[in-house]
Design a protein around this ligand. Structure first.
Ligand code: 5AD
Ligand code: SF4
Length: 449
């Protein structure tokens, strides 16, 4: 039932693509409830921060934002207007009532597994004076209760296929904030993918904290792996491209590697975090793989799909990391050759095993190691892009660029491409002749058809 509602909401999303997907679902639930979205936080009856807890900086940013939003709430109150402040996402899950203690202006704290209850909880927050903290883990309920999307906001659509993680890397909050690993059933994902395709999506980005551990229930009741799911989604009319992230090296099955050779819709891109090139650090991180195993795995992936673009995550300055360990990471990067990567200074997270270790690495040492690693990764990214100079590639265009006749999209290798062409290419795939390459993007022209 639609409530008579003239209210507006402001929604800010921090962190990973999973939060982007969740924010889209929350926005749809609010729209069904009659809310309209505003970009002006001063004008919002409801403010939602969808938060990230992965590193300390991300979590602290939430509290500084909340301070500013409290001031806005106070100003609006003087004008006779009420404001409901809600904190969602992983900070909500991890910190619960600590949030309302640190910032009493917050009305509602809601963990990622409770979003289907958002409209009901907002009504409670409006009518009750106490804080509401909702951080239970009811499992499958959220996906069942939250309707599938009605519109694709971009030709590239996120689809959460798996949530949570059972790996317990010693630095990581995800097993605590997102809970145990859970895979959505194949039939539900096919239905959602068909709706996305009907709404104009050309690309599906399958999301999960440990997406290649996917083992959802298939139509016959038997569990299906990610490769089987990808093969089925590739059969849906209108789906031209499929990507998935984030994967764990231990769960990279032969079948998934084979899919990279056999499924034309599966894009030649793999985000496979390694975190470190030192076996000592990998053991301390509880990563369940060694550096040599990672390198061997990459060789097998490349045998299946020689042109694949490789991406990774790295942590420098994990407790106890020495210069030699840092050197081993540099050596691994040189051995593999990445098309792009993310690298971070280790950030101790409350409640994780590594945060309690006594041998923390000094900040300036972390900074030095991060710069060195990033310089190498930047160089590799530039070199990967430079190799595409003069080639022609299909690009899925997502939006118009700043200049007339310019469109912005992604290559099969996830490179950002600016191209000029005659016509409207937004939402379409077109071939681009690459005329210029930089570290973070390519430029080209779309030849007349
Ligand atoms: N400190 C720094 N980086 C972290 N990551 C996860 N936890 C931490 C932490 N405590 C990084 C990992 C992971 C990515 C999403 O964030 O590299 O793959
Ligand atoms: Fe975190 Fe990824 Fe390790 Fe899971 S596999 S604990 S999500 S870093």
């Amino acid at each position: 039932m639609q409530r008579a509602n003239t209210k507006t909401y402001f929604l800010k999303t921090f962190g990973c693509q999973m939060n982007v997907y969740d924010s889209e679902r929350m926005a749809e639930a609010l729209a069904r409830d009659g809310y309209s979205q505003t970009e002006d936080v001063g004008n919002a009856d409801l403010v939602i921060l969808n938060t990230c807890h992965i590193r300390e900086k991300a979590a602290e940013k939430v509290y500084s934002d909340l301070g500013r939003i409290r001031d806005i709430k106070d100003t609006r109150k003087r004008d006779g207007k009420e404001t409901v402040i809600a904190v969602a996402g992983c900070v909500a899950q991890a910190e619960g009532s600590e949030i309302t203690r640190r910032q009493p202006a917050v009305d509602l704290v809601i963990g990622p597994q409770s979003y289907h209850r958002l409209p009901e909880l907002i009504v409670r927050a409006e009518t009750k004076s106490e804080h509401i903290v909702e951080t239970e883990f009811p499992g499958d309920e959220k996906f069942t209760a939250m309707k599938a999307p009605r519109r694709a906001s971009s030709p590239s659509a996120f689809l959460t296929v798996q949530e949570g993680c059972d790996k317990f890397c010693t630095f990581c909050v995800v097993p605590y904030t997102r809970g145990a690993e859970f895979s959505r059933p194949v039939a539900k994902l096919e239905a959602e993918a068909r709706e996305l395709a009907a709404a104009g999506a050309k690309e599906l980005v399958l999301l999960g904290q440990n997406v290649n551990a996917y083992h959802g229930e298939g139509p016959s009741g038997r569990a299906m792996g990610l490769a089987e799911l990808i093969r089925r989604l590739a059969d849906i009319d209108g789906i031209e491209r499929i990507r998935y992230m984030t994967s764990h090296p231990r769960d990279m099955s032969d079948d998934l590697i084979a899919a990279h050779a056999e499924v034309p819709q599966l894009m030649p891109f793999l985000h496979l975090p390694v975190q470190s090139g030192s076996d000592r650090m990998l053991t301390a991180m509880n990563r369940k793989h060694r550096a040599a195993e990672y390198i061997d795995l990459i060789a097998r992936v490349r045998a299946a799909r020689p042109d694949i673009a490789l991406s990774s995550d790295f942590i420098v300055g994990f407790p106890g990391e020495t210069e030699e360990d840092a050197e081993e990471t540099i050596a691994l990067v040189k051995a593999v050759g990445f098309a792009q990567a993310f690298s971070f200074k280790y950030s101790p997270r409350p409640g994780t095993p590594a945060a309690a270790l006594e041998v923390q690495v000094p900040e300036d040492v972390k900074t030095g190691r991060l710069h060195r690693l990033q310089a190498l990764l930047d160089e590799q990214q530039g070199a990967f892009n430079a190799k595409t100079l003069g080639s022609t590639m299909p690009v899925l265009f997502e939006r118009p660029g700043r200049n007339p006749g310019e469109f912005i999209g992604r290559s099969p290798y996830l490179q950002l491409v600016h191209a000029v062409g005659d016509g409207n290419f937004t939402g379409r795939t077109a071939n681009v002749a690459v005329t210029e390459t930089r570290r973070v993007s390519l430029s080209g022209v779309i030849p007349a058809a």
